[in-house]
Design a protein around this ligand. Sequence first.
Ligand code: ZN
Length: 266
Amino acid sequence: MASSLTLHHVTALAGNVQRNLDFYRGIPGFKLVKRTVNFDDPGSYHLYFGAGEGLPGTLLTFFPWATPANPNGRRGVRGAGQIGVVTMRAPIGSDDPPADPDGISIQFAAAESPHLESVTLCEADAAPTIAFLRDILGLEPDGPNRLRLGDGAWIDVQHSPDATRGKMGAGIIHHFALRVADEDAQLAWREKLIRAGVRVSAVRDRLYFHSIYFREPGGVLLEIATDGPGFLIDEPRDRLGARLCLPPWLEPAREGIERRLSQMTL
Ligand code: ZN
């Protein structure tokens, strides 16, 4: 039986914000659905791209790390304990798939409608990660290194005993989020993970959805995110991404936040 869990979004660390914006806005089927800041670090942007009004399962989100002193952002190092590759389906031509300008390994493949298809984890030891995904998240094995999610998506676990440990920085995928319908389902997962001995964060209010975070045994950060409330909570459908949106608790600091952020042109 396929799992009810499927992909919600993938978040990566980019360099220059304008370059990131121009690239992802240019991919057929995608648009900027929210321009906000990293709620945990309001000095940097958080850009959300997706299909429609920001449908879960189509979302790519970025923290652009560039600063005036380091215009491309501090580069990360690819390696074990990280997400190696993400595949995203999009209505592109099949000949010349677009390649992320920061070297983030999001691979695009042609399909009628955008959707996240798979995540590959790079692990120094694949076995504990596979056991975690199978026994704790309840994903169905499909071959020795693949686990099935719902909606035809999957996770591959790449066994890379010689890989050095990766380091976070621009060009690296930060985490991926699995999707649940609502807060009740999320709390049930939280309790299940805690009972299994997994350290899980409290429920965090990401305004557009609610999130819990935990790590799999190899060190990759995972999130379980709810479908709602969605991106229409603070902007009308035809204005998504048009302005810098801040959560109510950061709104009083808007002036200072806007002054520190680098300029971008829509
Ligand atoms: Zn996330």
